[in-house]
Design a binder for this molecule. Structure first.
Ligand code: TNX
Length: 749
């Protein structure tokens, strides 16, 4: 290895607390005592009709995973229940000694107690046992949700039940079932059979990422829907696990599957097939009375199938282009004195609100339903950040928080290239764990309007159920903690519980969870002369074999070295034109994935950059270093390599630290229009040796790999990037300010 990569040893160990509750979400109180309760074939549980679901859960778990029959007995068995009053909602307690006594306040809480108990079971010295302990517990939020999109990809009844099983085990209580979208209508509606016959089928599906052009299609038809009997079966199953199923019927947007079945429900009446690509489509439900009546008919059947208090009507991402040129829609607007199409959307949603309210139900919709004014009884699901939630709660409407930044489980969970293709974004486990559903900017007297939070699993890129589990677990455990516990243990403590207790449980249950949180992450910081690199890992005592491939010009040298977490590598920008490729493999025996990292040492690494325009905090993982951290932004976009802005003018200054000859300047831009990330219009460079007088170079059009010849001496380079002020109509994200993503900035001497 060359002198450029020096390894300095600065290893230290973290210490984890010992007496942690192995239960996730962590109970409010947990205390271990000496002794163990031995589980034998004599295990018995007290029969009681009110506790039948809790008992069933226990019986099923022991028979499925330990092949152990548990007897139900009339009088006190080994596991005894006692109802109590005057405790907080869904409070329960467990005392494990020679018998196990459970005190509960509600049927649901008896079920929660059983799930906690099951998580306490350990297999030691060839004996199943539960340590003597005391547990006290109650949930914080009433809406503890997971969502599943079955439109983009269809999942069978058995798979949905499995999803519910795992949810229940971690005390989630709301299953948001996204049943309709552009790519498939999945619920049988007796009055409109074409919805599932035509709308439940698509001829072909996009292969690869939406942003990869030209598009390729699989040419394989897919068809799937749930009959009303199957829906009832799932609802009853969820009910037996104290989970409420909230159905979502999307309107007025994301309606292409329904419109394929009944084209006259749209504005143009023209037939278009069920969509086989992703994103947002201009063709949405028309606002004319016939379509409104159709949707009420659909909701009527949906209400009969789902006893839930809330009915989700979507409301997101509905472009208004068709409505603008539709005579029926314009007529509705003048008839009802509506000033624009946003108000027309409010009028649309209000009619659904009145209908659902008249049936004793409550409408919930994505935060776009705030645009044009909120319908009187509507609850809001805040996904585009927290702002929608804050606004709705301030207007005294109920809110469920689900901001993309913390709750989108379709985002990547690590930056490793071996992650399966995903939509984009970056949401590692610790980020989920750090979430707190009550937004900071919300007045204290409005906190009660926040019902809780949920994670969403959109399945554009998730084609089979094992991948569903991969994306959801273990991130769902972090969210379970967020929505259940009043006081969260530290992330380190959660992580050690996960590694020591919960991963073995997930394994036992056959969950195809992700180990991504255990993969080391490369962390880069700036030094005076270049970069410093460490590989951060969840396990502080981890040792790796580090294989370094160093490419200088055409020659590649390889070296191997054993390192520990927190061993540090240093790189100097004087050693420009080196490409490093690291591979880490653990020396310990833990299951692991291949985890390569690339680092490019160029003449600008670690240089100070003064950001005159601030990037969006969601996309600035390495702050101003991002542009010169040697990690070159790649496609598909994972959200952490790029610096992301949502401004139309972006300015920053690079300091080369001394006046020097610059031959050329390079800056990469990301084009991922499906994610509303557009190439900016122009780049304008200015040079200065003192930051007082600036020499402007010719403005150039931006490009994915933008390069400009400079051939001048300078110390400071000011970069001014101009983006479109607004995404034009007809393109993905029309009407919004486009995202501008840039990386990596290089100086060529
Ligand atoms: C936005 S979240 C959507 C979905 C996509 C998702 C992908 C929401 C209300 N709408 O239609 O599947 O992004 O992350």
């Amino acid at each position: 290895m060359k002198k450029s990569a020096l390894i300095l040893i600065a290893t230290f160990l973290l210490h984890f607390a010992n007496a942690q509750a192995p239960i996730v979400p962590a109970p409010s109180k947990f205390a271990l005592r000496t002794g163990v309760f031995k589980i034998t074939s004599e295990l018995s549980i007290q029969e009681n009709p009110a506790l039948k679901f809790a008992n069933q859960q226990l019986v099923d778990y022991f028979s499925t995973y330990f092949d152990l029959p548990v007897k139900s007995v009339e009088k006190a068995g080994k596991i005894v229940f006692k109802p109590i009053q005057h405790a907080s909602k869904d409070f329960y307690s467990i005392r494990v000694s020679d018998t196990i006594s459970i005190r509960y306040t509600s049927e649901a809480s008896s079920f929660y107690a059983i799930n906690s108990l099951l998580q306490l079971v350990v297999y030691e010295n060839e004996q199943l046992q539960i340590p003597f302990c005391d547990v006290e517990d109650a949930p914080q939020f009433q809406w503890r949700g997971l969502h599943l999109d079955v439109s983009r990809h269809f999942f069978t009844v058995d798979e949905v039940k499995r999803y519910i099983d795992l949810m229940a085990f971690y005390k989630f209580n709301t299953f948001h079932w996204h049943l309709t979208d552009d790519q498939g209508w999945r619920v049988e509606i007796k009055k409109y059979p074409e919805l599932t016959r035509i709308g439940g089928r698509r001829d072909s599906t996009l292969i690869g990422h939406y942003n990869d052009v030209p598009w390729k299609f699989d040419q394989t038809p897919t068809h799937g829907f749930y009959t009303q009997d199957e829906i009832r079966e799932v609802v009853a199953y969820a009910h037996s696990k104290y989970i409420e199923v909230v159905p979502e019927i999307e309107m007025p947007g994301h309606a292409r599957a329904a419109l394929a079945a009944y084209p006259m429900l749209g504005c143009t009446g023209k037939f278009q097939p069920v969509a086989g690509t992703w994103g947002v489509f201009d063709d949405i439900f028309c606002s004319k009375p016939e379509t409104i009546q159709f949707l009420k008919d659909v909701l009527e059947e949906v209400i009969a199938l789902f006893p839930s208090k809330y009915i989700h009507i979507g409301g997101d991402e509905a472009p208004k282009v068709r409505w603008k040129s539709c005579k029926n829609c314009q007529q509705q607007m003048s008839k009802h004195g509506l000033k624009d199409e946003h108000e027309l959307q409010r009028h649309f949603i209000t009619q659904m609100d009145q209908f659902l309210t008249s049936k004793g139900r409550k409408l919930i919709g994505w935060d776009e339903i705030l645009e044009g004014g909120l319908s009187p009884n509507a609850a809001v699901m805040s996904w585009r950040g927290e702002a929608g939630g804050i606004e709705a709660a301030s207007q005294k409407h109920e809110v469920v928080m689900s901001p993309t930044e913390f709750c989108y489980f379709d985002y990547y969970q690590s930056s490793h290239s071996s992650e399966p293709l995903a939509i984009g974004g970056y949401l590692p486990l610790d980020k989920v764990y750090s979430y707190s559903p009550i937004p900071k900017g919300l007045a204290a007297d409005k906190h009660a309007y926040i019902l809780g939070a949920q994670a969403n699993l959109w399945t554009e890129y998730i084609t089979d159920f094992s991948e569903v589990e991969y994306m959801v677990y273990p991130r769902a455990l972090a969210l379970a903690q967020v929505v259940w516990s009043k006081e969260k243990p530290s992330f380190e403590s959660f992580e050690s519980v996960l590694i020591n207790y919960q991963l073995p449980i997930l394994k036992r249950m056959g969950v195809t969870f992700s180990y991504s949180f255990l993969y080391p992450e490369m962390q880069v910081s700036a030094t005076k002369s270049g970069l410093k690199v460490v590989f951060k890992s969840a396990r502080p005592d981890e040792k790796f074999n580090l294989i370094i491939q160093e490419k200088v010009g055409e020659t590649v040298e390889q070296s191997k070295q054993e390192i520990s977490v927190n061993d540090t590598l240093f790189f100097d920008r004087e050693d420009e034109n080196h490409d490093f490729h690291f591979e880490l493999s653990p020396i310990n025996t833990y299951e692991f994935m291949h985890s390569p990292f690339d680092l490019k040492i160029h003449a600008a690494v670690g240089l100070p950059i003064q950001l005159l325009t601030q990037p969006n905090s969601k996309y600035a993982k390495n702050g101003n270093l991002t542009l010169v951290d040697g990690i070159v932004g790649k496609q598909p976009w994972k959200g952490d390599e790029w610096l992301g802005f949502d401004n139309d003018t972006i300015e920053f200054i690079v300091d080369l630290k001394r006046v020097q000859l610059v031959k050329a300047f390079r800056l990469g831009f990301l084009e991922a229009n499906g994610s509303w990330i557009y190439l900016p219009k122009t780049v304008e460079l200015s040079l200065s040796s003192d930051q007082k007088t600036w020499k402007k170079l010719k403005k150039e059009p931006a490009a994915v790999d933008f390069r400009q010849n400079v051939n001048m001496k300078t110390r400071f380079i000011k970069v001014r990037v101009l983006a479109m002020p607004e995404i034009p109509a007809g393109l993905s994200g029309a009407g919004n300010v486009p995202w501008t993503f840039m990386d990596e900035l290089e100086i060529i001497h």
